[in-house]
Design a protein around this ligand. Sequence first.
Ligand code: CA
Ligand code: CA
Ligand code: CA
Ligand code: CA
Ligand code: CA
Ligand code: CA
Ligand code: CA
Length: 370
Amino acid sequence: MSFNDRFYPFISALIILIIAVLALIILIKPGINDNMIKVVAVAETKPFPHRPEDDSADDPAIWIHPGTPDSSRIIGTDKMGGLAVYTTDGKELAYYLHGLMNNADIRYGFPLDSNKVDILAVTNRTTQSVDLYKISRNGSLEIIHKSKLQTEISDEIYGLCMYQNKKTGKYYVFANSKAGEVVQWELFPDSGLINGKIVRRFRLTTQVEGMTADDENAFLFVGEEDVAIRRFNAEPDMPPGDFLLPGSSAMENNMIGYDIEGLAIYSLPDGEGYLIASSQGNDSYAVFDRKAPYVYLGSFRITEGKTTDGAEGTDGIDVTSSMAGDQFKHGFLVVQDGSNIDNNKPAPQNFKIVAWDSIAVKFQPNLRIR
Ligand code: CA
Ligand code: CA
Ligand code: CA
Ligand code: CA
Ligand code: CA
Ligand code: CA
Ligand code: CA
């Protein structure tokens, strides 16, 4: 028996093993695996007035105009300067130099005197507070708090979302700190303005930011950035009900890449719909069923289109299922882009705008539309 005869089977087995290992690495490594769904943005917002390397844009909020869906607005936070208001095709209409704004969220129809006002709540890191704004019919913003809501939390104020109890009609704001503290205020009218009182505090053990509340199902979802998505009862007098969403950690789900950042809910009737999470570490968005057992349905990326670059390293996101004009009959998604490119050159950060139906049709089976 020659040397070749003895070693040939061993060498071919070794080659097969190496190929198998390489194939396995490619299949399981997020980022390399590119069978992820891809969509493109139809528009992007005007970049913030900063340098391309600055981390400026952070979190969007969508406001749907009550009578004219075409006049709906995107409000974006600039953590180096303030708040901007955009049309749904990304044109900037206003910029408010009101402080280092981090996260923002909106609820409709707060009863104030004989009026109903739509409210924007924002975490302001200049004053370590939650600031409240009235959104006028033309989309402009006007401060409506009696005084800024002070947090009394030990670390910097960070994430934020709003919640409305559908039975009592009460409005709440949740804010958190990087250290994992969560504070809940109940809002109430106060001599023609809005004020808030702290009704609950609780704490997670690691860094949090992204939060969203499910008004119909009375839950608060919190992204523990390096762990998973957690669900809590949104009602202040209920037990916390801490529940970890299965399939939302990178340990269990190789499509998740930490940090878990923005969270948002695409709502359908009867409390159904989807929970979407920014998976910042692999430039993608994970989609879960809105209802227990929160089945993971898949992930998608926003890649380069004809007029827009893709979205990478996304912080905040927001989504609506409401009709928002001809281009967005079934709603749209807006996400922060960590590295904006304009005319093939790095540009300051901005937000990308994606039609919901363009995402829904890429899933098998298709995601539902409203
Ligand atoms: Ca960032
Ligand atoms: Ca938001
Ligand atoms: Ca974060
Ligand atoms: Ca991060
Ligand atoms: Ca952020
Ligand atoms: Ca980009
Ligand atoms: Ca761009």
